[in-house]
Design a protein around this ligand. Structure first.
Ligand code: ADP
Length: 376
């Protein structure tokens, strides 16, 4: 869906308990039917509409002056409560990144009293690396594990001409994040928002939303670092528990000043041998298959430069093998007559599913990581 999708995973948040009325009245998309129905039956006994309106009014009342209510409502109405929460265990490998995120975000959000002064957490963290390596999954897991409201924004949405007044949207985003704290603002494709290829040719809307983003982010950092928040600030939410998590496949496109603001820059590399094995085994775990340990070792070996999403794509394609051979007969073949997935299915799929990152491409990430990043 090409619009700002913001989901809250905060069980305590008013918006979680009661999605905005306008959204709930819509016909549910079929793929999301179950969670939708679950949500809309929650609290059916109460007069929901009144409560819902009250929640929105309560939230928007706390917003600082200057935040456009229409934009705030737009953001709230686009809140997507996704049922498919991500937990640490769903993510293969990346132990160093998980540890860094726990220390930088999850623990400070759960125990703010312990993380002040020298232990004051960073306000922003950049996850960079090849596409499909689990950056988005990590951000979602952070939100789940820290009980935070999760704002998932793609830069292209913020700079889109469709939204026209993108600065208003940015302001509302940060305003709401404070009110609904603890919050994670996750910005995917941050390179296109904070691009170095700017000035002359830059689109006006992009330039304005970039500037506004940097201003809002600075305010957040200042308020959080100061800690002696004024009563006005407190009324407007808790700036110390809002964190910007950003992801990019093109870290070299971020301009230098913006890059420096991400004190933490975490490299999310391609999966190593044991991680590919872990992921393949997990993907096959609930499947009817005939792959031996030796077969799996071969697959781990030949998927050397595959990303996590390449491996998922490979396994999905191979899993289709037993059905492909059936042709039309699949329409009336009973489940128990479908043959298991075999090594040959993977062999066949390896012709079409190729790694998304070339050796050259990979070198570029490694170099950037050496110069500007943390590993793990
Ligand atoms: P990125 O944000 O780095 O481009 P995503 O987090 O969106 O990548 O991952 C895309 C898909 O690839 C995921 O939905 C998942 O199926 C698979 N995937 C990628 N990395 C991993 C991983 N480390 N463990 C498990 N699955 C992964």
């Amino acid at each position: 869906v090409d619009r700002m999708a913001i989901s809250t995973q905060n069980g305590d948040s008013a918006t979680r308990r009661k999605p905005p009325p306008a959204k709930r009245r819509e016909t549910p998309p079929s793929s999301d039917q179950e969670s939708w129905e679950q949500r809309s039956t929650e609290g059916d006994a109460e007069d929901e509409d009144e409560d819902d309106d009250y929640d929105i009014v309560k939230i928007t009342n706390k917003l600082p002056k200057g935040v456009d209510l229409q934009s705030a409502r737009q953001i709230l109405n686009d809140i997507v409560v996704r049922g498919d929460e991500v937990h640490w265990d769903d993510i293969a490998g990346l132990d160093g990144a998980k540890k860094a995120l726990k220390e930088a975000v999850v623990y400070p959000f759960l125990r703010p009293d312990l993380f002040s002064g020298l232990r004051e957490p960073a306000r922003g963290m950049l996850l960079f690396g090849p596409p499909g390596t689990g950056k988005t999954m990590l951000a979602r897991a952070v939100a789940t594990e820290s009980n935070s409201t999760f704002f998932s924004v793609s830069s292209s949405t913020l700079t889109s001409k469709w939204h026209g007044e993108s600065e208003k949207l940015v302001r509302a985003l940060f305003g709401l994040a404070k009110v609904l704290a603890p919050s994670i603002i996750f910005v995917d494709e941050i390179d296109s928002l904070l691009s170095a290829r700017s000035s002359g040719s830059e689109h006006e809307a992009s330039r304005r939303s970039k500037t506004e983003f940097l201003i809002q982010w600075s305010d957040l950092q200042r308020a959080a670092a100061g800690r002696e928040q004024s009563s006005r600030d407190k009324k407007e939410g808790d700036a110390s528990r809002v964190l910007v998590l950003a992801a990019t496949n093109m870290p070299w496109d971020i301009d230098e000043a913006a890059r420096r603001r991400f004190v933490r820059r975490q490299y999310i590399p391609l999966p190593e041998h044991h991680v590919r094995e872990q992921q393949l085994r997990k993907l096959l775990s609930h499947q009817h298959h005939e792959l031996s340990d030796a077969d799996i070792q071969v697959l781990v070996h030949v998927t050397e430069s595959f990303s996590g999403s390449d491996i998922t794509a490979l396994a999905k394609d191979a899993a289709m093998g037993p059905l492909r051979n059936l042709g039309e007969a699949l329409l009336h073949t009973p489940m128990e007559h479908i043959r298991p997935i075999r090594f040959q299915d993977f062999e066949a799929s390896l012709y079409s599913i190729r790694p998304s990152v070339s050796a050259d491409g990979l070198r570029k990430y490694e170099e950037w990581a050496r110069e500007f990043g943390e590993r793990g």
